[in-house]
Design a protein around this ligand. Structure first.
Ligand code: ASP
Length: 337
């Protein structure tokens, strides 16, 4: 009997210790779009899933080891920027002048500190440039040449414009230009186009995370929209549109047709609905994507996380590259609905 009671006491202690474990977790995305099993081969699916998994593990390990949510999201986003599979860093889609002009931003939920770069052409990892704008300058957004120069002076890795350009994106921009089409104003229903996977996805990357201190962070990095006008700025570097984090509500990173995300201030809208209407994370995130964005005619999705480690990943396209890992039992890498 005594033994039984002891066993019961031990079980209760362990259970309550597990129950008290502070929630930590990371969610990443690699863009929303119209990928389906018919236009994505098994090998492509495997490659995308592997890279998402790599980025997720790198970020999650940092959190497990007591690193900050800022460190976790930057490491995860850098991994995706370095992969030509995604529309960020190497592999960015090209603007009308056939160069990569990249946008990125980061925000911390504890301090509301934020940093962003728009239209950088030479910084190897635009997310790290956004990070140093936040930490080493008095500003929130730097653009173009000045942003690249600041990154270079701060000792960040730089590359030649050719580094960012993939064969596939070069073919794609030539095709879009020859047909006088852009993804900003598609002339064919996007899911009917037959120009391959790269014509069917937005491909921006992003991450949100919650660390052991209970602090949230969000970051997004993008080459923007293929065949965009030179110097066009999307939602990804706009704090409140493509990225937002606030410890009072949630961390959000978006992907999709940026012009719509800017006009709805999508990322901030999710946070505002949680704070002012006291909605839970999933209700707020789903409402913004499936009601507000949908009603305006915009397409895309977002990933979001709150301080309890709850996760929401709504999208109104047919697919979104996404992955999540938390110590509350969530572990998933998915592409399709
Ligand atoms: N949101 C990005 C932009 O409009 C595109 C994307 O998500 O891929 O620049």
């Amino acid at each position: 009997m005594k033994r039984l009671l002891l066993l019961l006491a031990m079980t209760l202690t362990i259970t309550s210790l597990i129950g008290q474990e502070k929630p930590i977790g990371i969610v990443i995305h690699g863009g929303a779009g119209y990928m389906n099993q018919a236009n994505l081969s098994e090998a492509e699916i495997e490659a995308y899933e592997k890279k998402l998994n790599d980025a997720l593990s790198i970020g999650y390990t940092i959190l497990l080891e007591g690193g900050t949510s800022e460190e976790a999201i930057v490491a995860a986003i850098k991994t995706l920027e370095d992969s030509p599979l995604f529309n960020a860093g190497k592999g960015s889609v090209l603007c009308n002048e056939e160069i990569a002009e990249m946008d990125a931003s980061i925000m911390l939920g504890k301090t509301l500190n934020a940093g962003a770069v728009a239209g950088v052409q030479l910084t190897k990892n635009p997310i790290t440039a956004a990070q140093i704008v936040m930490t080493k300058s008095p500003h929130v957004i730097l653009s173009g040449k000045g942003a690249d120069e600041f990154a270079k002076k701060s000792g960040l890795a730089m590359e030649k414009p050719a580094y960012f350009i993939t064969e596939q994106n070069l073919e794609r921009i030539k095709l879009l230009k020859s047909e006088d089409k852009s993804e900003v104003e598609p002339t064919l229903p996007i899911d009917k186009r037959k120009n391959g996977i790269n014509d069917l996805k937005f491909g921006t990357v992003g991450a949100v995370a919650l660390d052991q201190n209970g602090d949230l962070a969000a970051g997004t990095s993008s080459g923007g929209m293929a065949n965009k006008k030179n110097n066009r700025i999307g939602d990804s570097p706009i704090i409140g549109a493509g990225t937002y984090a606030n410890n009072q509500s949630c961390a959000v990173s978006c992907t999709g047709h940026g012009e719509y995300f800017i006009r709805l201030a999508v990322a901030h809208e999710v946070s505002a609905l949680m704070i002012h209407r006291r909605w839970d994370l999933d209700k707020a995130a789903s409402y913004v994507i499936h009601q507000e964005l949908e009603n305006l005619g915009g397409k895309g999705g977002l990933i979001a996380m709150d301080r309890q480690g709850n996760v929401s990943m709504p999208f109104n396209t047919s697919s979104m590259f996404r992955a999540v890992k938390t110590n509350q039992g969530l572990s998933e890498v998915s592409i399709f609905k």
